[in-house]
Design a protein around this ligand. Sequence first.
Ligand SMILES: *Cc1c(COP(=O)(O)O)cnc(C)c1O
Length: 421
Amino acid sequence: MKYHSTRSGKNRVSLSEAIEKGLAEDGGLFVPEKFPAPDWSAISNWNDFPSVAIASLRPFFEGDLLGSELEDICRSAFNFPIPLNLITDRVAFLELFHGPTAAFKDVGARFLAECLVRIRKNAKKELTIAVATSGDTGGAVAAAFFGKPGIRVKVLFPKGRVSARQEKQLTCWGGNIESYAVRGTFDDCQKLVKEAFNYPEISEKTDLSSANSINIARLLPQMTYYIYASFLYEKLTGEKPVVIIPTGNAGNSAGAFWAQKSGAPIRKIVLAVNSNRPIPDFLETGNWSPRPGIQTLANAMDVGNPSNMERIRHLFPDIEQLRAAFSSYSVSDPEIRETIREAWKMSSERVCPHTAVGEFVRKQVFPDEFCIVVSTAHPAKFETIVEAETGSPVPVPPSLGDLLNRESSVQEVDPDLSAIF
Ligand SMILES: *Cc1c(COP(=O)(O)O)cnc(C)c1O
């Protein structure tokens, strides 16, 4: 299997190269040249997520140096449960938040780390991963790479603009993880990371890479849990599900389309967004108009220019194909609050503000359908909002509790490269 840019079919590269490069040379995102459907009948235990992931990914690793390591990579990366929680005879939550930092980004970040460590095994220089974060990504990347040999991580976050628990997850590591509280905005942090790639003084010292969600090693594992969940759902209910995904940068959603392409029994894909509306507006008008992000209660989805739309548009090149492929709905902050309250009152389910965006769309648009709502974060990560609406304390899962008890270490810096590299 080879990979090429969304912007051109030339320059085909191996999986390992696509992972190490991150972004294609023409600025496009890497996509697989085809979507083969594995022999699903060979899977005997659909409850064992790592086994399903290994079978799903085998064709995508074919011919690559990492091919012989696929099983090890999956067993090491996916060492936490991913339950499909059926709360009625037709509504299920796919709980992606049982990893070390309590959000779905652990799945992709841990898979990327296992791949990169193996790709870099014989590298001469240390690899520095620079990651700018508005909250969840930095913690997942730090946790995934903590203690990995030959790799250093620099986490940049905007000082005073992440929640207390998010900040703890960004700063509690030490060792090969360095945390920088930048006196500025998330955009300043992102600009610093981009600039670092253009400085020869930095590239002489270290190889540089980034770990944001455009990396194909974060996308591929996000395909596998849709395959696992939709087959499992079909076995439990006899129906193909509508899959509703709380969406920001659209990496998680791109994984769902790839799963459907690979033969997963998904009836319909729905992208649920907060007040950041470029995706539903695009479906409505046919004009793609990215814009600055708006702050909402579902802060990990505050994205005004969702970069993985480029992968989705590559699958469905014209607007009519896109309209046939999925639908998208926007949910306001008051609707998020109302949904958190209702889910607690009606079903004793605590949902985080992101999951609430998906659950609101299910109730409003698909009330009688067979649905999977994707749960992207643990409610304890956004406890101030969830506790205010439910009036009851959110128990902290043990892995998150361990992180919250660690010492913090962080350097406060001006938005200036020389303070960081
Ligand atoms: C990142 C994130 C999202 C959005 O996922 P995308 O792949 O960016 O669309 C949703 N919920 C949570 C909790 C997240 O951390």
